[in-house]
Design a protein around this ligand. Sequence first.
Ligand code: HXC
Length: 261
Amino acid sequence: PVKSYEFIETTEPRPGVGQITLNRPKALNAISTPLITELNHALLAFDSSPQISTILLTGSAKAFAAGADIKEMSTLTFSEAYTTSFIESWSLLTTIKKPIIAAVSGHALGGGCELALMCDILYCTEGANFGQPEIKLGTIPGAGGSQRLTKAIGKSRAMELILTGKNFTGKEAGEWGVAARTFGSWEELIEGSLKTAETIAGYSKVAVMAAKEVVNKSQDLGVRDGVEYERRVFHSLFGSEDQKVGMKAFAEKKKPEWTNK
Ligand code: HXC
């Protein structure tokens, strides 16, 4: 991306990997509408960039994001929220076709937790501070937390967290399956996240995007419909060049040279 941003930074730290770093340190990366606008711009730019295969979304060691911007929301009226579809723009992340890894350290509260939950793979430090504290502000999660957290950890645990506003640690996130892996430090988190991103970026882009698509379908469809959907996409990959490249390379004991076609 050529655009320069105020609240985020974009880099390409490894071949095929686009990194977006939330960068509003004074507000612990509180997610304002201008921040989301920039994030969405960067996500779309990476999604359409032929150089990028995988996206890494992170914040700082101190905060992934401490929530939606409370100061921005404090004066918003119902009619303003309703007529502008407040928060709906956050969902753009879920329409991105390339895999998104969230690397979470420090606070991931409210909308910050929800943003991390929207990503495809969540990695965090053991000390990360997750939570849905909206109840303490007289409101409820508004960016999918009640749905995604519940799917991830089950109804009773999600209900307890959302009704009490109690936080949970990165270690717990790992134990409960919210996080795919946990790391001891910020440096290890970033290195581990980049390694995974690089691994994914080393595969055929067509297969990677199809794999993400079918796994995400499992969140919306019943098993029978989901398996049928998977089979359709699986069949469609017989039409890709890379499926032939991959299988031929295996038979010839060679490293596949992906064409991304
Ligand atoms: C706006 C925020 C903020 C937020 C922190 N800040 N979180 N500003 N919105 N969500 C600002 C503070 O006002 C302060 O600014 C600066 O960041 C540093 O924060 P401190 O509180 O001084 O830091 P600390 O004492 O270390 O405490 C960290 C914290 C606390 C525990 C994370 O800031 C906190 O409780 N934040 C709110 C967390 C929260 O309730 N999140 C959910 C929001 S609701 P100044 O200018 O005073 O220095 C939500 C709704 C989602 O997300 C629904 C739709 C998406």
